[in-house]
Design a protein around this ligand. Structure first.
Ligand SMILES: Cc1cc2nc3c(=O)[nH]c(=O)nc-3n(C[C@H](O)[C@H](O)[C@H](O)COP(=O)(O)OP(=O)(O)OC[C@H]3O[C@@H](n4cnc5c(N)ncnc54)[C@H](O)[C@@H]3O)c2cc1C
Length: 486
């Protein structure tokens, strides 16, 4: 167990690293240092400011290249908001606040209404909608009965038919009492939970609820989290538990006026030790009960610092390459798969930008890998003058990866075909996204093996891999790790 005066190194100044620092402080640990390789905090919550012009008026607004939304189930993010003193907008939005309204478009640009019986009251459509409604109800019931214990953070025990973690219950702060802000864990046995290690498509099939994928696919696959034939159901349902999925359907989501990055900038300012920027951890040596970390600054100069404990919030498969990884670490981390999610913020030909966000469901299948799946219009009052972010996935287990440059071109073409010809790309990137393991490795106890390594060599693993690659799950994972090991 750690001691309050331990010197703690945190690698990464994203939501996971900053939340680790916040929770350490809440527990009385004051001797920590966060290293971040970039010149900004927030990691994949990156919200650049862009000058826009509408009706002759120029202003500067935040746009999103990474995380956009939260929901009522974002308890750990709420704690970050509270700490930083910076809060979300929504779910009821006022004018000039960024919101999540959206439409559905076919790839030829036609608008479709997959869930609106008023727009298409054909018998076939009504029958399909009724079937969907029945299966949604069934899924909700299954999760509360057959799959009791599914809705805590992380995947501990699932491969053995057990659950252990912080409850995601809607009321309260991750099950924590407000006084201590540290969680009570829920724990139990439920052999049915092993089904959660199956790919989500298979999970739906064995439960005869295949239709529900029509609801889950848009906020899951188009948000870069992979395809349902490959991603274990546990990941899908940790992020989109029934409550969160319904918040999507009912468009009751949160956004942040200055972007999600602002949450973490505010937290960083309030920390006793704000993140040390432009400091990449390039080497880690753990021996003699100490952790020696080599940090490279922006001019390439390397320095060494010695710590008692290390918290890694960054990709573990990369960590294995620059640290003195043990045989177990190397073997375990080599199993990690990540999505290649590509996006760009674009401006469009005059008066030709989308004036509302849109899903292109036809492109959310492996056969259409590399095609634009969703575009995000953030400021609807800018109407057809608003830049938009466009997103595509570049990999799928069992398909050939699509090169970055090709994905960029395919997205341009797709946007032109739906009627939104791109003028300029302002920020374009490919991100390491949604780290996870295959169903086979999941069933083989991957997450329990990671748990068994926690604390070995004074090292703790946090970040996206623990539960899921969204802001809430990463911040809650920090709360869990700090709560249990510090
Ligand atoms: C396009 C997109 C859309 C998204 N939409 C949503 C959404 O709507 N809602 C939601 O909740 N989440 C969303 N997410 C996911 C969310 O942004 C991530 O899950 C979250 O940022 C993960 O936090 P993290 O700290 O674990 O990792 P990261 O955000 O990746 O942060 C890791 C940090 O570590 C730094 N780092 C890496 N290696 C080193 C090193 N060796 N030394 C020092 N520093 C290092 C990196 O530069 C980075 O700043 C989205 C992400 C993207 C990209």
């Amino acid at each position: 167990m750690a001691k309050l005066d331990d010197k703690i190194c945190i690698i990464g100044g994203g939501p996971a690293g900053l939340s680790c620092a916040m929770y350490l402080e809440k527990k009385g640990y004051k001797n920590y240092t966060i290293y971040e390789k970039l010149n900004k905090v927030g990691g994949k919550c990156w919200s650049p400011k862009i000058k826009v012009k509408h009706n002759g008026v120029e202003e500067e607004l935040s746009f999103e290249t990474g995380a956009i939304m939260g929901a009522i189930t974002y308890h750990a993010v709420s704690e970050m908001e509270e700490f930083g003193g910076y809060h979300h907008k929504g779910p009821d939005f006022k004018e000039k606040e960024p919101n999540m309204r959206r439409e559905f478009r076919k790839i030829d640009g036609t608008i479709e209404y997959p869930f609106d019986p008023k727009k298409d009251s054909s018998l076939g459509k009504i029958f399909k909608l009724l079937k969907l409604k029945r299966q949604m109800k069934k899924l909700n019931k299954l999760m509360q009965t057959k799959y009791v214990g599914y809705d805590c953070y992380g995947h501990l025990g699932i491969a053995k038919g057990e659950y252990y973690g912080i409850s995601k219950g809607v009321n309260g702060y991750c099950g924590a009492t407000k006084e201590t802000s540290f969680p009570n864990y829920i724990k139990g046995k439920n052999p049915n939970l092993k089904d959660l290690a199956l790919p989500f498509a298979e999970f739906c099939k064995i439960n005869h609820i295949e239709e529900v994928q029509r609801i889950w696919i848009a906020p899951f696959t188009s948000f870069g989290y992979g395809f349902f034939d490959e991603i274990p159901a546990s990941l899908v349902l940790k992020y989109l538990d029934v409550t969160t999925a319904l918040e999507f359907v009912n468009m009751k989501l949160w956004t942040w006026q200055d972007g999600t990055q602002a949450i973490y900038e505010h937290v960083n300012k309030k920390l006793l030790h704000p993140t040390i920027l432009e400091s990449e951890v390039v080497k880690v040596v753990r021996d003699g009960g100490k952790v020696t970390v080599t940090i490279k600054n922006k001019s390439g100069k390397e320095t060494k610092q010695v710590f008692d404990k290390l918290i890694v919030t960054t990709p573990l498969d990369y960590f294995a390459k620059y640290a003195d990884a043990t045989k177990e670490e190397k073997e375990l981390f080599s199993k990690i798969i990540h999505e290649r999610y590509c996006n760009y913020i674009a401006t469009f030909n005059e008066g030709k930008s989308p004036n509302i966000s849109g899903y292109m469901v036809e492109n959310m299948v492996p056969e259409r890998l590399g095609h634009a799946m969703v575009y995000y219009n953030r400021w609807q009052y800018l109407d057809r003058d608003c830049p938009a972010t466009v997103y595509a996935l570049a990999n799928h287990t069992g398909s050939k990866d699509i090169e970055y440059d090709k994905v960029m071109k395919m997205m341009d073409e797709d946007m032109k075909n739906v009627g939104f010809p791109i003028k300029d790309k302002l920020y374009a990137q490919e991100v390491y996204y949604c780290p996870h393991v295959s169903s086979k490795d999941f069933l083989d106890g991957w997450y329990d093996k990671l748990e068994a390594l926690q604390g070995n060599k004074n090292t703790y693993y946090a970040g996206e891999i623990i539960s899921f690659g969204d802001m809430e799950d990463t911040c809650a994972a920090s709360k869990d790790i700090v709560g249990r090991f510090f």
